[in-house]
Design a protein around this ligand. Structure first.
Ligand SMILES: [Ca+2]
Ligand SMILES: [Ca+2]
Length: 354
């Protein structure tokens, strides 16, 4: 079996240590007992050659070193042990929740964010619902809109993605599409701490019930995976998030290039087959006027379904803010329906999970 030192020499052959090399090195380190020697070798790699790593690779190694516990090999006693008189049993060891470095917050929040576990927090309260999801002070509508879409179409996909570990941490399983289309599972472990503002409220994504944690945990693990909240907090593609959670790709129907009835049929079929669906609006520079529509430019909505009443086709949508909607259906929960002709004007199209 090659020692970890050989592997370090291997990754140091090039002037640049890629994230893939780092991940494989970490996986290898994890497959052996973590001895003090291995830890020193890895720490030395980080200290002496940190400048040769890609940012993510460096952070991964730092996070890994921050999370490992050194195993000491029991030494063989040289002298026979003399039986001692039984001592009073010591109090059982208290399991301290494992601390893992938290991902970096948005630059604008670095001076006003506290990391701590949510009091009486539970991963799920009354199961997983699309209406649990509420976007926080971060521009990731594409992500939470997709969380809500997967929660609606396949709540088990959310439940199965998050595993609660005995040491108080959570391991989230994502899927990453590889070159050629195969899916690779990526596991990210985070601790229970979630970012809170000085007002004591959740800084980023949260559930409507403040004691329900799955939205914040999923978003934190995503941030950890991608290199911090700044990396996920400036827009992105809902399709990538749907793929990360379901391991399946999505299919795009453009409102501009597809006949409106076909768009509606695709939504109907998607809803009947329990597929996650999202719809982005146009940018502010697109010429589409959002004034007075109750719909926002540069935003992603969750598509809940399609219906037809007296010959009029509608699309059901949800604003991931969990409020703020066009019209007045009596409940400002972000859930609303819109005439198909308005939908195809205000939205770029619909992305339907496979
Ligand atoms: Ca819930
Ligand atoms: Ca509503």
């Amino acid at each position: 079996m090659p020692s970890i030192k050989d592997s370090i020499t291997r990754v140091m052959r090039d002037n640049r240590v890629s994230i893939t090399e780092m991940k494989s090195l970490i996986t290898e380190a994890k497959s052996h007992p973590m001895t003090a020697e291995t830890r020193t070798a890895l720490q030395g790699l980080l200290d002496q050659h940190g400048d040769k790593f890609g940012t993510t690779a460096k952070r991964d190694l730092q996070a890994f070193l921050g999370s490992v516990h050194v195993v000491t090999t029991p030494t063989v006693p040289t002298t026979p042990t003399v039986p001692t008189t039984p001592t009073t049993p010591t109090t059982p060891a208290v399991v301290t929740p494992r601390q893992i470095d938290d991902p970096t917050v948005l630059t604008k929040h670095t001076t006003d964010t506290t990391w701590k576990p949510v009091e009486n927090g539970k991963l799920f309260v009354d199961g997983v619902s699309f209406d649990d999801v509420v976007q926080g002070s971060i521009a990731n509508c594409y992500m939470v809109g997709a969380f809500s879409a997967v929660a609606q179409s396949n709540p088990d996909a959310i439940k199965n993605a998050i595993k609660e570990n005995p040491d108080g941490t959570y391991t989230v399983k994502f899927f990453e599409k590889q070159y050629g289309g195969t899916m690779k599972a990526v596991e990210i472990t985070v601790d229970k701490d979630l970012p809170q503002s000085s007002m004591g409220s959740a800084r980023y994504g949260k559930a409507r019930d403040s004691s329900e944690l799955w939205v914040g945990v999923l978003e934190k693990a995503y941030a950890q995976w991608k290199g911090g909240y700044e990396a996920i907090g400036n827009g992105g593609y809902p399709s990538e998030v749907v793929t990360a959670l379901t391991g399946k790709t999505t299919s795009w129907s453009s409102a501009k290039y597809t006949d409106a009835n076909t768009v509606w049929n695709n939504i109907k079929k998607g809803a009947d087959a329990h597929k996650p669906m999202t719809a982005p609006t146009h940018g502010k520079d697109s010429g589409v006027d959002y004034n007075g529509t109750g719909v926002y430019a540069w935003h992603v909505y969750t598509v809940l379904g399609a219906s037809e009443e007296a010959g009029q086709k509608f699309v059901q949508l949800r604003n991931p803010w969990g409020s703020t909607e066009p019209g007045s259906d009596g409940k400002n929960d972000g859930i609303f329906k819109m005439k198909l002709e308005d939908f195809t004007k205000l939205y770029q199209g619909v992305d339907v999970g496979q």
